[in-house]
Design a protein around this ligand. Structure first.
Ligand code: PLP
Length: 425
């Protein structure tokens, strides 16, 4: 991932020496490589050239506006999960006819925003379908919909990110889909456009996509036979990336296409119809494109050799939330021998605030820089102000140039919206 000069022991990222970045912008600091995002997106575009495909970036993976602008330039649509994410993609200039509003618990206000913005809605329950129809009637607008199918398939991933299991909170049960479409077809101001599923995230064994495609295309056929014709099939996101390069191999968009396209194209041909394919990659577009740069506050030789850095689960939740593995490197000692078994921990007041357990690292000292790799997806977007810590800054790097894309918060930002009632003053 780095292409540093031979003699430098500094990590180079996007053509920039990250130690210089740390000195200039302070730490913690999210650093994102623009070219990597463009490459990752283009590898999808180039792979699915043979069918009419749109790629709706899953904004929850990374909601930074500059990053969304890059994706808008590349021709991405967006998968949004809240009124806030809808606002973000609008600001980023993603066309509203390439947006799908998702979610299992949308407020009436959010349904209104979807109708008003004329974005497609992924309907997650039959009650929501009726509410959406009523909202559209009241507003004198139309709601274009897809039904979110729970396809009852099992990706072999962490249960917290498996979303297509029969027991998951997402989607309408597979055996209720046809009746739900029949109801939708009769409801006023509802326009049926497509069908949607998303089976999980960080999927490395991608054969499950073949199973999901088969199930979805069977529904397309069943609906067609009932006189309900769709314009698109949205198979969601979920392609995994190799966080642990020694143990994992990342499937590519090409591998994914092999799982999806034969079934997809065969069914279209059999029915004599044309469908748009929509995919919703999040992690596989942005995951590898960022690092979280931090500085070592202290090293303690106790039960373990603890390397305490200035970024914890307040800024990067994945290791704690999903037991996720992330590679860490000492960014100013790249060429030093990894001779010390170390556990990298954050500053949060929780014993669980562990970023990397039992790793061989060079001997680390206070003031050294530690970079956590592959933090572009579900990184900053899941950050919090826990422990009264302001969120950090973000920079974008490209070809050796640097741009600030998010200022760091101040303690004032943590306090700003709090109110002490008069009687307590
Ligand atoms: C989270 C999510 C995605 C993106 O998943 P990745 O694993 O990041 O590719 C796509 N679609 C929906 C509906 C999601 O909830």
């Amino acid at each position: 991932m780095s292409d540093g000069e031979e003699d430098s022991d500094h990590l180079i990222f996007g053509g920039v020496d990250v130690v210089d970045l740390g000195a200039r912008y302070g730490t913690p600091l999210y650093v994102t490589d623009e070219d990597r995002i463009r490459e990752n997106f283009r590898s999808y575009k180039n792979t699915f050239e043979t069918v009419d495909t749109d790629f709706y970036f899953a904004v929850k993976a990374n909601g930074n506006l500059a990053i969304l602008r890059i994706l808008a330039q590349e021709g991405a649509g967006a998968d949004v999960f809240s009124g806030g994410e809808l606002r973000l993609v609008k600001l980023a200039g993603i066309p509203m006819d390439k947006v799908l509003f998702n979610g299992n618990s949308k407020s009436e206000e959010e349904l209104r925003a979807a109708v008003e913005s004329q974005v497609k809605v992924s309907v997650d329950s039959r009650e929501e379908l009726r509410t959406l129809s009523a909202v559209a009637v009241e507003m004198g607008g139309e709601a274009e919909i897809a039904i979110r199918v729970n396809p009852d398939v099992s990706p072999k991933v962490n249960p917290k990110i498996a979303t297509g299991l029969r027991t998951s909170k997402f989607g309408i049960p597979y055996d209720e889909i046809l009746q739900t479409y029949e109801e939708a077809a009769k409801l006023p101001n509802i326009v049926i456009k497509g069908i949607h599923c998303h089976i999980g995230s960080q999927i490395l064994d991608i054969s499950v996509f073949r199973e999901a495609t088969e199930k979805m295309m069977q529904l397309v056929e069943d609906l067609y036979e009932r006189g309900i014709e769709l314009e698109f099939v949205d198979l969601g996101g979920g392609l995994g990336i190799a966080y642990n390069k020694e143990k994992e191999i990342a499937p590519t968009p090409e591998d994914l296409a092999e799982m999806i396209l034969p079934t997809f194209e065969a069914k279209m041909q059999a029915l004599g119809i044309n469908l748009k394919l929509i995919l919703e990659p999040g992690r596989s577009i942005v995951g590898s494109a960022s690092i979280l740069l931090s500085k070592v506050n202290t090293v303690k030789h106790a039960h373990k050799n603890f390397v305490a850095i200035d970024a914890g689960f307040n800024l990067f939740l994945r290791p704690v939330m999903y037991d996720a593995y992330h590679e860490v490197v000492v960014a100013n000692k790249l060429n030093e021998e990894a001779s010390v078994l170390s556990t990298v921990v954050g500053p949060v007041c929780e014993s669980g605030d562990i970023i990397a357990k039992d790793r061989m690292l060079p001997e680390v000292k206070r003031g050294d820089f530690v970079a956590i790799l592959d933090t572009g997806a579900y990184g900053f977007s899941m950050s919090s102000q826990y422990n009264g810590r302001p969120r950090c800054a973000e920079v974008l790097v490209r070809d050796g140039a640097v741009d600030l894309i998010r200022s760091k918060e101040s303690v004032e930002d943590v306090i700003r919206n709090q109110v002490v009632p008069e009687r307590l003053r």
